[in-house]
Ligand binder design. Structure first.
Ligand code: NDP
Length: 307
C-alpha cells in the first residue's frame, strides 16, 4: 500500500499531545493529522493508543505501547492489517522507575512522603533502612524492559538474575533461568520485578504459589501488565505478611478502583500506569513511525511488526 494520509489518533493524548507527534513527523512524504474516531476513514494508517474496530479498514496500525494485548491479532490478520508496536524504547524510563521504587523502599522515602502529608516528624526504626549494593533482584522477562532494569539496578550494585522462556543468557544478567524454574528463581531474592508481556502463558503467572515461594522480606514490583498477577492473591500475601511490600504500576482493572485495599497499604507504592512516561515519548515513537514509513517506501519489511 501507499501511505498518503497517516492519522495520529486522539487516544495518544493519555501519553503525549497528539499535535507534538504531528509536528515531529511533518517531513514525512505523507499527510499527517490528528484524527478522532470519525476521521479514521480518510487514513491509510494510524498511530494510536486505543483500539477501534474502524481500524480494520486501514492498512497499518502503529501502537504507541510495547504491549499489544489490547489488539485482536487474529482479526487484524484476517483483515490484512499490519500492526507494529513501540517495543525497544522503554528501557531507560522503566529502568529508572524501578530503581526509584527500590530506592524508596531501601531509603524509606515512601514513609517520609506519607508523613509529610500529615506534617509528622517520624524517623524509621533503626533496622528499617538499608542500601542496595549486594541486594538481589530477579527480573522476570529479559527483553527491552528487563534489560533496562538490569542495567540500571546493576549500576546501583544490585545482583540481577532473570527469567525467560528459553533460559538463554542475556547481557546484564548474572544468571538466567527458564520459566519452568520460576519458583526457584524468585525463591531467594529481595526483589522480584515483572517485565513480561501479557499472553495466555503469563496470565496470572504470579499467583498464590509464586508469592508463597518468595521470601517474606521480599518486595514485588509489577511494571508489565496487571493480569500477569492474580491481584487478590497478591493482596492476601501482602495482608498476611508473606511479602514485605510491592510497587505496582499496572493493575487488573485500571484505573485501580477506589475501594482496592492496595491504596491503603503502607508498604505499597502505586503509580498510575506511567512508569514509562517521559517528555521525549512522542520523539521515541516518531522515530519508529518514520523508520517504518521509509521502509514502506523502499518496499522493505516493517520494523517491530507484530501482525
Ligand atoms: P520485549 O518483547 O522486549 O521482552 C519481553 C520479554 O519477556 C522477553 O525477554 C521474553 O523472552 C520474555 N517472555 C515472554 N514470554 C515469557 C514467558 N512466558 N515467561 C518468561 N518470559 C517471557 O518486550 P518489552 O520489554 O518491550 O515489554 C514487555 C511488556 O512490558 C510489554 O508487553 C508491556 O505489556 C509491558 N510494558 C509496560 C509499560 C508500562 O508503562 N508499565 C511500558 C512498556 C511495556 P523469551 O522470548 O526468551 O521468553
Amino acid at each position: 500500500f501507499e501511505l498518503e494520509r497517516l492519522g495520529v489518533h486522539e487516544s495518544v493524548e493519555a501519553v503525549f499531545p497528539p499535535a507534538e507527534l504531528v509536528t515531529y513527523l511533518t517531513d514525512l512524504p505523507a499527510e499527517v493529522a490528528v484524527v478522532d474516531d470519525d476521521g479514521i476513514d480518510d487514513c491509510d494508517g494510524v498511530v494510536t493508543l486505543a483500539y477501534r474496530e474502524a481500524f480494520l479498514e486501514l492498512d497499518w496500525i502503529h501502537s504507541i505501547q510495547a504491549g499489544y494485548d489490547r489488539f485482536p491479532l487474529d482479526v487484524l490478520e484476517d483483515h490484512d492489517v499490519i500492526l507494529t508496536n513501540s517495543a525497544g524504547i522503554h528501557d531507560r524510563t522503566i529502568g529508572e522507575t524501578v530503581a526509584s521504587y527500590l530506592l524508596m523502599f531501601a531509603r524509606r522515602l515512601h514513609d517520609h512522603v506519607a508523613n509529610q502529608q500529615e506534617r509528622r516528624w517520624d524517623r524509621p526504626e533503626w533496622d528499617e533502612a538499608f542500601t542496595l549494593p549486594g541486594a538481589t533482584a530477579c527480573v522476570v522477562g529479559t527483553g527491552t524492559l528487563g534489560s533496562g532494569v538490569a542495567e540500571t539496578l546493576g549500576a546501583l550494585g544490585v545482583r540481577v538474575t532473570g527469567v525467560r522462556r528459553s533460559g538463554d543468557p542475556v547481557p546484564g544478567f548474572d544468571e538466567v533461568y527458564a520459566t519452568d524454574r520460576l519458583l526457584e528463581a524468585i525463591g531467594d531474592v529481595e526483589f522480584v520485578i515483572v517485565t513480561v508481556p501479557l499472553t495466555d502463558e503469563t496470565h496470572h503467572l504470579f499467583d498464590a504459589e509464586a508469592f508463597d515461594a518468595m521470601r517474606d522480606d521480599a518486595y514485588f514490583v509489577n511494571v508489565a501488565r496487571g493480569s500477569v498477577v492474580d491481584e487478590p492473591a497478591l493482596i492476601d500475601a501482602l495482608e498476611s505478611g508473606e511479602l514485605a511490600g510491592a510497587a505496582l504500576d499496572v493493575f487488573e482493572e485500571e484505573p485501580l478502583p477506589e475501594e482496592s485495599p492496595l491504596w491503603g497499604m503502607d508498604e505499597v507504592i502505586i503509580s498510575p500506569h506511567c512508569a514509562a512516561y517521559t517528555r521525549d515519548y512522542f520523539r521515541d515513537v516518531g522515530e519508529i513511525v518514520r523508520e517504518n514509513a521509509d521502509r514502506l517506501a523502499d518496499g522493505e519489511e516493517f520494523y517491530n511488526r507484530v501482525v
